[in-house]
Design a protein around this ligand. Structure first.
Ligand code: FAD
Length: 431
């Protein structure tokens, strides 16, 4: 494990190339669209105008006709919280506001599912292909590359994914459907391809998006065909070499699905407290003992400021408003690039540059390390914010967390069903 120099504004690309270049899958560049700064996140939120969102959310081309907000990279990294984005659209026209808030709820739902199921979100949720499809990291050779870039629709969308690290929801569905529904390749390998490149890549939303599109979540696969391209990206087919013999002229046949083995956690959460994290600042008795001179048992809400040595921030909690960071503005923050994990994932450098941009921007003492977070953080008394991700939960008991701050949920998870978005929503929505 190594402590590395903190990146500074303007040198993030060189910094990533030097310190993390051995962990990425591509040339080190920044996303052409997204800077990982709180400043840009705040500006985009301040400028957010969702008039026409309900009508234009699914538009793909021309780019100027898109209704999507493009906020997802900052939401993913905790630089914009869902409650803040929700509040920002309070005065928008009713139909647009309702549609936009619905999408924020999808994000929240994905987080609830991931927080409860963890790695099991990589299993087929409720349905599985009837044939035997091996869960591989690459599609079988017989399939070739399901995203044939001689097709204009594939070239435009895969190009955007690799260049910008981002796609609108509609083209995420096109690519996922093309991968699995039409070509029968395992959705997990496609999900991994997305995760490698998306600047907003999150296992929560990405896995749910794939499972929803290919039908393993709902039993109803989304079939991608030429008509969607003509409707959502008019003119694109005109410049395609396959325009007279389009391989996706017709909707693909729905793959045969059968029920997946029952997953009891979909119906009920036996340990909501573990899934949701604390609902107020949780201070360990140990930490309180240091401050007050006597151990007081559960000490939720006590003052531990003097015993906190560092604030641990993660890829989920990079925002200015992160609860633990804001509670300790004069304490150093520590960020650890998880070297073993990154070596396994081989992400696009765009994501790491995005994070480096944020670390460079912070106007406080920032320590950056490369290594296994548990080794790096050993023996330090930490304040941190709960993160609804399984890896974080596995690390937490092995660290000396003396102050744990609540995650800023939009809706706090409950014990009820997460079988489908609508059932989940009904379980907490009045009436
Ligand atoms: C196959 C597939 C993979 C996906 N992978 C990811 C991913 O890795 N990370 C990710 O954040 N989203 C993912 N999504 C969801 C969605 O496509 C993106 O959140 C959205 O396109 C981001 O663009 P935007 O910020 O302009 O969204 P907008 O339409 O402006 O919506 C505002 C916010 O609502 C949330 N949101 C919108 N649509 C969805 C949705 N369908 N599911 C969950 N949240 C949503 C996002 O936080 C988004 O930033 C995926 C969807 C599919 C179909």
């Amino acid at each position: 494990m190594t402590r590395v120099r903190t990146p500074s504004t303007g040198d993030e690309i060189a910094w990533v190339a030097h310190h993390l270049g051995h962990l990425v899958c591509d040339d080190v560049t920044a996303s052409t669209r997204f800077r990982g700064t709180q400043q840009m996140a705040d500006e985009r939120l301040a400028d957010l105008d969702i008039v026409g969102y309900a009508r234009r959310r699914n538009e793909v081309l021309p780019v100027s006709g898109r209704g999507a907000s493009g906020l997802s990279p900052w939401i993913r990294h905790g630089m914009l919280t869902l409650p803040a984005v929700w509040a920002r659209v309070a005065d928008a026209p009713e139909r647009d506001r309702a549609k936009f808030r619905d999408e924020l709820l999808w994000q929240e739902y994905a987080r609830h599912v991931y927080a409860r199921l963890g790695g099991r979100t990589g299993d087929d949720l409720r349905h599985r292909p009837a044939g035997t499809v091996a869960a591989t990291t690459e599609p079988p050779e017989s399939v070739g590359d399901p995203w044939d870039r001689s097709m204009a629709c594939m070239d435009a969308t895969v190009g955007e994914l690799e260049r910008d690290g981002w796609l609108v929801n509609q083209t995420r569905m096109w690519l996922a459907s093309q991968w699995s529904v039409r070509h029968g390749a395992d959705w997990r390998s496609g999900e991994q391809r997305f995760f490698t490149h998306l600047v907003d890549g999150s296992r929560a939303a990405n896995r749910l998006g794939w499972q929803w599109t290919v039908g393993t979540a709902t039993g109803r696969p989304y079939g991608f065909g030429r008509w969607q391209v003509e409707r959502r990206a008019p003119g694109l087919c005109d410049r395609c070499e396959h325009r007279r013999a389009c391989p996706i002229e017709h909707r693909p046949a729905d793959p045969a699905l059968r029920p997946a083995p029952a997953e009891p956690l979909l119906g009920h959460d036996p340990d909501v407290a573990a899934t949701a994290g604390p609902d107020r600042v949780d201070v360990t008795a140990d930490a309180t003992a240091d401050v007050t001179g006597s151990a007081t048992g559960s000490a939720t809400g006590s003052d531990t400021s003097s015993s906190v040595e560092a604030v641990w921030i993660t890829a989920e909690s990079l925002g200015d408003g992160d609860p633990a960071s804001s509670a300790h503005p004069d304490t150093p923050v520590v960020f650890v690039f998880d070297e073993p994990l990154l070596a396994r994932l081989r992400l696009s450098a765009k994501r790491l540059v995005f994070i480096a941009e944020r670390l460079a921007e912070m106007e406080r003492d920032v320590e950056v390390h490369l290594g296994d977070p548990v080794d790096v953080l050993q023996g330090r008394r930490l304040a941190t914010t709960f993160a609804p991700v399984p890896k974080w939960r596995r690390m937490m008991p092995r660290l000396d967390i003396v102050e744990l701050h609540p995650w800023p949920w939009l809706r706090r998870p409950g014990a009820g069903t997460i079988r489908s978005f609508s059932a989940w929503r009904r379980s907490w929505e009045p009436g």
